[in-house]
Design a protein around this ligand. Structure first.
Ligand code: NAD
Ligand code: UDP
Length: 318
């Protein structure tokens, strides 16, 4: 079996490539390195079952694959705000190119959507049937609406062409290979804590997120893709344990044994006030649920960040 992982040089995609290779797949990683890094898959270069194609998936291309994973898209708020048009286009045109490739191969398709389709939610926790509260013109709309379009297009191919598709809505995920410079909260807090800098809180710090360790997410993605009855279905994948950003700071300070000052910055426009997945559907259909505690996941991520920040310092001649 051959899998195509679009966005495979990114944080989640590179872990998915590892897991598919371990499962016996041949893997084609397709990525234009807009927000991903070649070093995330450098350890796979010598593997004869792995190949890398540097390609913008918005441009026409073809490939042979039984399973197609659409993970290509900027994912961190600063990165999609920096690339709003590329973000909309990769979720629209890029997703369509991959749906066409899946159809030509009579394959199976999975698109990585996001909890952001629920916007600043009025229903809590968020269940798959909730339709969301999203601004279609606000700064985050390039991402939220791009993902909503990708979901709708995926369902259109399912209904009109009978394509075997699945949609996952990923909630905040962290772990090794999270780009220390990409601006997400876990990477920012860990990089600041390891550099001995003040921790930057946006707003009051009372807003909530639910953080999932990457190995739990990957197990969920594979379970969704393997589930024969999952065609045309949407699954929330995330850790249901909800935390405020101030809680997250406290856990990081404790686990890394640091006591750094906090610095407060304004809350970005349309920043969702709370977010927590209802994962009853994935639990019942797939027998999946996250296993890694936040403390353990943060320790493992911090270990990786230490090495990464040290090698960055060496590269920069510091
Ligand atoms: P990431 O930025 O690390 O990875 C995304 C990858 O897509 C990068 O390697 C990037 O270079 C690539 N890419 C972007 N545009 C492309 C294009 N036009 N052609 C080819 N490649 C392109 O982000 P991530 O955290 O690994 O996220 C992976 C997917 O999961 C994204 O679709 C994201 O929206 C979704 N997601 C992630 C999270 C999370 O917490 N990590 C949460 C919700 C959804
Ligand atoms: N945040 C923060 N400090 C940072 C980066 C982010 O307090 O250095 C907050 C941000 O305002 C949001 C939450 O942390 O409320 C999660 O932000 P992130 O960018 O990781 O992802 P989001 O869930 O907003 O897409």
């Amino acid at each position: 079996m051959r899998a195509l992982v679009a966005g495979g040089a990114g944080f989640v995609g590179s872990h998915l490539c590892d897991a598919l290779l371990a499962d016996g797949f041949d893997v084609l990683c397709v990525d234009n390195l807009l927000t991903g890094r070649a070093r995330n898959v450098a350890h796979l270069e010598a593997n004869p079952h792995f190949s890398f194609l540097q390609q913008d998936i918005c441009l026409p291309f073809d490939a042979q694959a039984d399973w197609v994973f659409q993970l290509a898209s900027p994912a961190s708020p600063p990165r999609y705000l920096e690339h709003p048009i590329e973000t909309m286009m990769v979720n629209a045109v890029g997703t369509q190119n991959l749906l066409e490739i899946t159809e030509r191969n009579h394959g199976r398709f999975l698109v990585a959507s996001t909890s952001e389709v629920y916007g600043d939610p009025e229903v809590h926790p968020q269940v798959e049937s909730y339709r969301g509260s999203v601004s279609c013109t606000g700064p985050r709309s390039c991402y939220d609406e791009g993902k909503r379009f990708a979901e709708a297009l995926t369902m259109a191919y399912h209904r009109a062409r009978g394509l075997d598709v699945r949609i996952i809505r990923i909630f905040n995920t962290y772990g090794p290979r999270l780009d220390p410079g990409d601006g997400r909260v876990v990477s920012n807090f860990l990089a600041e804590a390891l550099r001995g800098q003040p921790l930057t809180i946006f707003g009051s710090g009372e807003q909530t997120r639910s953080f999932c360790y990457v190995s739990d997410l990957i197990a969920g993605i594979l379970a969704v893709m393997k589930h024969d009855a999952g065609t045309g279905e949407v699954y929330n994948l995330g850790n249901p344990l909800e935390r405020t950003m101030l809680d997250l700071v406290r856990v990081i300070q404790r686990e890394l044994a640091v006591d750094l000052p906090l610095t407060y910055h304004p809350l970005p426009q349309d920043d969702p006030r709370r977010r927590q997945p209802d994962i009853s559907k994935a639990r019942a259909a797939l027998g999946w649920e996250p296993k890694v505690a936040l403390e353990d996941g943060l320790r493992r991520t911090a270990d990786w960040f230490r090495t990464e920040l040290a090698s960055d310092a060496v590269t920069a001649g510091r």
